[in-house]
Design a protein around this ligand. Structure first.
Ligand code: BTN
Length: 326
């Protein structure tokens, strides 16, 4: 009976096809020292990762789009204080790190493909292979940091800085922590935490940033969304390297979390306010049965959104409310 294909063999084939060009079946098969039938089987297996491979008589095989795989050595070198792992496939990088050994913190986990990517408020997160960035960082604070409730907002600042550095200074934040450009969602943050005994606290910060996702893979997304490549192209700017973005993101997060342990949100409040997409905008907020229609007035020291409505100021906490521009 044929041996099952190993992940390393599957990745080796993928790397040969990663340029998105045609590769003859004969050359591919010879390169792996296998026959044409075995090659066809390996190509079929790439569909396990929902990768579309075209085949054409006389031309061979090609991926429907080129692919830049994450380079774990380069990522680890960029952030020596973080233990970095890259998996080709996992259910959800957040779920994996929530279950991972906290002794290994601080640690980062990135995946090329998530089979059960999770978004906020119980939603899913579209995570096709190599098309976007799926990254989680687990961090153990020995003592409860100041303003933990504002940490998701601080992470938004770190993400914005990493994206600005890729040539998109137009990126803004929509409270609590959506990454938006041109009124469309470019990325999101899912922060999960568990209080620990002894006064400490462990957080898992998950970040998804759309880079070059196809419309086909985005069918389940119910809100306006955008790829980083498209936002750059619309401005006549060059596309970015996934690895460069991932490195910038990890560096920003590492610096942020180190400082947050002692300083909390305060040093970042002004930066967040400059990125605030909702400032002075009319908003409609739903908190359970309650609907508030008012004007957004920035955030308080805890990271709660302040909304003025009918002569009253409301302080709204993330997780309790859903919000849209009125
Ligand atoms: C949102 O709904 O805006 C948050 C999206 C967070 C998605 C990221 S992708 C990496 C990490 N793993 C997950 O399952 N979710 C987060």
């Amino acid at each position: 009976m044929a041996q099952p294909l190993t992940e390393a063999e599957q990745l080796a084939l993928l790397d040969r096809l990663a340029d998105g060009q045609w590769h003859s079946g004969e050359a591919l098969a010879a390169g792996f020292g296998i026959g044409r039938a075995a090659l066809a089987k390996r190509i079929d297996r790439l569909q396990d990762w929902q990768l579309a491979v075209e085949s054409r008589q006389g031309l061979g095989y090609r991926l429907s789009a080129s692919l830049e795989r994450l380079d774990v050595a380069a990522l680890a070198a960029a952030v020596p204080g973080l233990r970095v792992t890259v998996l080709p496939v996992t259910d959800s990088t957040n779920s994996r790190l929530l279950e991972a050994d906290a002794e290994r913190d601080p640690q980062a986990l990135l995946a090329e493909f998530q089979t059960a990517g999770r978004g906020r408020r119980g939603r899913g997160w579209a995570s096709p292979f190599g098309a976007s960035l799926y990254c989680s960082v687990a961090w153990s604070f020995p003592a409860w940091p100041p303003h933990l409730t504002a940490l998701p907002l601080a992470v938004g600042v770190a993400c914005a800085r990493a994206i600005h550095a890729q040539g998109l200074p137009e990126l803004r934040l929509k409270w609590p922590n959506d990454l938006l450009v041109d009124g469309r969602k470019l990325g999101g943050i899912l922060l999960e935490h568990r209080g620990e005994g002894g006064g400490g606290c462990r957080v898992v910060i998950g970040i998804g940033i759309n880079l070059r996702m196809s419309n086909e893979h985005a069918q389940e997304i119910t809100q306006p969304w955008i790829n980083l490549d498209a936002a750059l192209a619309a401005r006549g700017r060059a596309s970015v390297s996934r690895n460069a973005l991932a490195q910038a993101l990890l560096r920003e997060l590492d610096a942020l979390l180190r400082a947050y342990a002692t300083q909390g949100f305060e040093p970042l409040a002004a930066a967040w306010q400059r990125l605030d997409l909702l400032q002075d905008q009319a908003v409609r907020v739903q908190a359970g049965e309650r609907v508030i229609e008012g004007v957004a007035r920035g955030i308080d020291a805890q990271g709660a959104l302040m909304v003025d409505a009918a002569g009253q100021r409301h302080h709204l906490h993330a997780g309790e409310v859903s919000l849209r521009l009125a």
